[in-house]
Ligand binder design. Sequence first.
Ligand SMILES: [Zn+2]
Length: 130
Amino acid sequence: MTKTGKKNDCPCGSGQVFDRCCNRFLSGQEAPRTPLELMCSRYTAYTRQDSRYLRHTWYPNAMPEGALAADPSIKWIRLHIIRHEEEGDDGLVEFIAHYKVNGRARKLHETSRFLREGGKWYYLDGTFNE
Ligand SMILES: [Zn+2]
């Protein structure tokens, strides 16, 4: 474990260190207060193959079968947020996630929907933009 350099930066690309950013949520110390925080922390969970957190933040019964199957050939590179909206208990985040499969650059352009229930934000589902 190193305390210096980029290794300490949060994978979500916020520019903050992991412990002060998404790890607050992945560790369970805090709950995301906005759809954007949840989105970023779920991206970070994907980069770390933290399926426990992904399951925990998926809206109950909305998780597709096999959704969390870890694919070791995928390497998540960067998250780019395009827009995020919040209205009452509904949230929306449009993003592009850059990743590599077997060394080839790909991107995922998705608009995700979020729901707040019992004071907690959940990921509901997403639609692909291309
Ligand atoms: Zn983060």
